[in-house]
Design a protein around this ligand. Structure first.
Ligand code: ATP
Ligand code: ZN
Length: 286
């Protein structure tokens, strides 16, 4: 039987959609939907298992799955013998400590002797230890933000993205304990065939991710400006330059990074670039 790489992703929740979308963008196609427990790609040796995200690190350690996509927070909290393979850039959030808004908070030391409700006892404990604080940890699995309001705890440590949940529960964020995003984890001892499949998949993910971070750019410029523009947008190797019918002018094609895109456009214009076109890239292989 053909070896399949088993990838565990969240069955339902915040990670589900983007995890599946990522796999599909790498060219994997699945015939059965996400209602099943698993789905096999028809064109790549991969099988996807749909599981509760909190269980994924354990399943990966136990070889039930070979690889998983989870929040970094869950990876750290579970302390399983897995390897963090790659950060994925989605499901970005932070794990923060929050206290009642009315409280006069004077730094981490204010938590001394308090009771902190959280679903992340391991992460909170290590934060307390690092800050030399002794506090009680009250582990609860959901609706952590209501704990101070019902007298269950003095503070909480929970996931924050916009802070609106904290606000509506009368809490304020006082310490960021960790930053998190979706990550790929793998069993630390993958057999060679599986490691090869994973490497191939990572190669494809790289291509998808760098394509998203870059744009294809076409512009017209006077020939004198070519050296300056080339050093500014060298692209993947060096730009393509084609003469325009109008003498003394060229068309220049290159790749530009999304991050410094607007800054570069202004500079390009000042060098005499005109008719600038910017086009999305689907896949990019260096
Ligand atoms: P359950 O396991 O009960 O479904 P959960 O909190 O573990 O609940 P989700 O809410 O789907 O599941 O969150 C999954 C992961 O997504 C979290 O572990 C975290 O890494 C990330 N995450 C959670 N909330 C946010 C948010 N508001 N914005 C961005 N990422 C988030
Ligand atoms: Zn969960």
């Amino acid at each position: 039987m053909k070896t399949l790489l088993r990838i565990a992703i969240q069955k339902s929740g915040r990670l589900q959609e983007e995890s599946l979308a990522l796999l599909k963008e790498t060219g994997l196609s699945f015939s059965n939907g996400k209602d099943q427990l698993k789905a096999q790609a028809s064109n790549f040796p991969v099988e996807v298992l749909f599981l509760r995200d909190d269980d994924i690190p354990q399943y990966v350690e136990d070889h039930v799955a070979d690889v998983g996509i989870v929040g970094e927070n869950v990876f750290i909290e579970k302390q399983k013998k897995n390897t963090l393979v790659r950060r994925l850039g989605f499901a970005k959030c932070r794990l923060s400590i929050a206290v009642p808004r009315s409280e006069n908070y004077g730094g981490a030391k204010s938590l001394e002797g308090k009771n902190i409700a959280t679903s992340y006892p391991v992460i909170v404990q290590s934060f307390l230890k690092k800050n030399n604080i002794t506090a009680g940890i009250h582990e609860i699995s959901g609706s952590v933000e209501i704990a101070p309001g019902i007298g269950l705890a003095d503070a909480i440590c929970d996931i924050v993205s916009t802070g609106s949940t904290l606000l509506s529960n009368g809490l304020k964020e006082v310490e960021v304990v960790m930053q998190s995003e979706a990550v790929i984890i793998s069993n630390s001892k993958l057999e060679k065939v599986k490691q090869d499949i994973l490497d191939n998949l990572l190669f494809r993910i790289e291509a998808v991710k760098s394509a998203k971070n870059n744009k294809y750019i076409l512009l017209n410029c006077p020939n004198e400006a070519i050296p300056k523009i080339t050093s500014m947008i060298p692209g993947m190797n060096s730009p393509t330059i084609m003469p325009l019918a109008k003498s003394g002018w060229s068309s220049l094609h290159s790749v530009v990074n999304e991050d410094d895109f607007w800054e570069k456009i202004d500079l390009l214009k000042s060098f005499g670039a005109q008719g600038i076109l910017v086009i999305p890239i689907e896949k990019m292989i260096a």
